[in-house]
Design a protein around this ligand. Structure first.
Ligand code: ADP
Ligand code: MG
Length: 583
């Protein structure tokens, strides 16, 4: 039997665990429910509680309960839980650990490996934080995949008809949209866009603000600085918000909210919809951007797939229908579909056949800071190396040149973002290449970026001068903001078993795969096909053109037949030919 690799949707509000067993996807009930609230708390005895138990005590013990920690992932902050402080990675590890333990109980076998989903628009730091959370929970995170991609994978699995669709995922904390093409069972993401700080939580906040305003006007009492009351309001108003998806009006009554006065408030769906209109407009801008990136117009979209709890709000449905002229649909269960897709990805990695193959992209551009002349002035700019929407894994190099005679060192950085101004893009890491050879200015330095299937970057800089090459490799995993051993010690007392958090093999993700995976083969095939087609438009000799056409055909056939050996062969030959002809 192949390895068990589970799929985990680590959500802002809810988390879900799914597996594939004998070719079938199964969502595992946690504490009797398919979704587990992503809440972590300490009970009155100081014991760790996770899920519903923690959520239920939120109003009574807000200081001993943490919610929506996902919104803090990747930030260097610590949150208070009882009288200690924890990093977002540590808090998230408690959620993952609960899923692992409960899952093991349900399945009757150990869970060691997982595919964890993240919003497509999560940056490198947020992805790394998620991976570390998994490690702290004693899981080997074999892959990080994007949530909308997972949803598309669950939808596309086993489907033979071709389709271009838009996956719209509006959850509690984040928003993502992806343009996805399912073709012959290959799920290919064309473009992704999103906002990692936009979701149901923000809608709740708007309702809370309104309640605070009304309370002040009616009773002259300002609640805005009382965090316990705000927390209580958020809980009741979130519930009211959900009712508004089914009812045109909802009344909220909270007795003795400030100890003296009652809160009584009626909200209509129309008012609520107006309140969130601006935020929803932001999601439409993201859709627009991703369609533009994928070079599509609304007419090309065959299906709009809704994912995430907040898509139950009727106006979301209406807006999308209106703007895209396609009736949006919930495919499968919008709360579970992401975890199901992660489980499928797990099964694919474990070597199970008969599943869709996935080609994912990077939604962000990766580049490096360099000096360029703009408007007659020298200034620092960010030169893109891997543009956004490039299929993963991606491997690209650019050449840069030294600026001074006898320049003996060069600083290389890696940035993520779309701006040409380095300071507007987030810094992933940097390093110094020292001891360059004493040559005149203009000596070439090749910067190579490798972006893996998890969306993690590795950077290599090579000085290329008369056969002398120096290479420094920056693996951003080594650049952690968080010391994992330190974190393990910090959480040990809460999880009761100091050994429990020890991952099987600290650096397993650094393993080098010798054989190319189907995803890698597909990514290369796609790139080569594009280059081959570009050559065909340039007027080649008849023989060369014929050969290229044949290889492109072979490559398509191999993909159709899932014949990876044949695809590898076609790639190799095409690569040689393209390389030769491009010169
Ligand atoms: P996440 O993936 O971020 O954990 P979910 O997809 O589970 O989020 O969605 C949670 C969000 O959906 C919460 O903000 C919740 O209030 C909202 N939500 C759930 N049910 C409804 C509903 N019926 N109407 C409107 N919003 C809802
Ligand atoms: Mg979600």
């Amino acid at each position: 039997m192949s390895d068990l690799i589970v799929g985990i949707d680590l959500g802002t509000t809810n988390s879900v665990l799914a597996v594939t067993l004998e070719g079938r996807i199964k969502v595992i009930d946690i504490h009797g429910q398919p979704t587990m609230p992503s809440c972590v708390g300490l009970d009155s005895a100081g014991k760790l509680i996770v899920g519903n138990a923690a959520r239920n005590q939120l109003i009574a013990a807000p200081d001993a309960t943490v919610v929506s920690i996902k919104r803090k992932m990747g930030e260097e902050i610590r949150v208070k839980l009882g009288d200690k402080e924890y990093s977002p990675e540590e808090i998230s590890s408690f959620i993952l650990r609960e899923l692992k333990i409960e899952g093991e109980r349900q399945l009757g076998q150990p869970i060691k490996k997982a595919v964890i989903t993240v919003p497509a628009f999560f940056n490198e730091r947020q992805r790394k934080a998620t991976q570390i959370a998994g490690e702290l929970a004693g899981l080997e995170v074999v892959r990080i995949i994007n949530e909308p991609t997972a949803a598309a994978l669950a939808y596309g699995a086993g489907r033979t008809s071709d389709e271009t669709m838009l996956v719209y995922d509006l959850g509690g904390g984040t928003f993502d949209v992806s343009v996805v093409v399912v073709e012959q069972g290959v799920v290919e993401v064309k473009a992704s866009h999103g906002d990692t700080h936009l979701g149901g939580d923000d809608f709740d906040d708007l309702l809370v603000q309104r309640a605070v305003r009304e309370f002040r006007e009616k009773h002259g009492v300002d609640l805005s600085a009382n965090s316990a009351i705000l927390c209580r309001l958020k809980v009741v108003l979130e519930r009211a918000k959900c009712h508004l998806s089914d009812e045109p009006f909802v009344s909220v009554r909270e007795e003795y909210l400030d100890g003296q006065h009652h809160l009584e408030m009626e909200i209509s769906r129309a008012e609520y919809e107006e309140m969130i209109a601006l935020l929803l407009e932001k999601t439409l801008t993201c859709i627009h951007q991703s369609m533009q990136d994928a070079r599509l117009i609304p007419k090309d979209i065959g299906k709009v797939m809704l994912v995430g709890g907040s898509t139950r709000t009727p106006i979301v449905h209406r807006l999308l229908h209106e703007r895209l002229q396609v009736e949006p649909r919930w495919e499968i269960n919008p709360d579970l579909i992401v975890a199901m897709g992660a489980a499928i990805q797990g099964a694919i990695i474990a070597g199970e056949k008969n599943y869709s193959i996935l080609v994912d992209i990077t939604p962000h551009t990766f580049g490096t800071t360099t000096v360029a002349v703009r408007d007659g002035f020298e200034r620092l700019v960010c030169a893109p190396i891997i543009p956004r929407n490039t299929p993963l894994p991606a491997s690209k190099s650019e050449v840069f040149f030294t600026m001074y005679d006898n320049q003996d060192e060069v600083k290389v950085d890696a940035r993520q973002g779309e701006s040409f101004l380095p300071e507007e893009n987030s810094l992933i890491g940097d390093f110094l290449v020292e001891g360059l050879s004493p040559v005149p200015a203009g000596s070439p330095i090749i910067i190579h970026f490798d972006l893996d299937l998890n969306g993690m970057l590795k950077v290599t800089a090579t000085e290329k001068h008369t056969g002398l090459a120096k290479t420094v490799t920056m693996d951003t995993r080594g650049n952690r903001a968080l010391d994992v051993d330190e974190a393990r010690r910090n959480i040990a007392s809460l999880i009761g078993d100091p050994a429990a958090g020890v991952a099987t093999n600290g650096d397993e993700t650094a393993d080098v795969e010798t054989e190319e995976s189907p995803e890698e083969l597909l990514a290369s095939a796609k790139d080569l096909r594009k280059r081959g087609e570009a050559l065909l438009t340039k007027g080649l000799g008849a023989d060369d053109a014929e050969e290229i056409r044949k290889l492109i055909h072979d490559s398509a056939e191999a993909i159709k037949n899932r014949d990876w050996a044949a695809l590898g062969g076609a790639n190799d030959t095409l690569s040689d030919l393209v390389f030769y002809l491009e010169d």
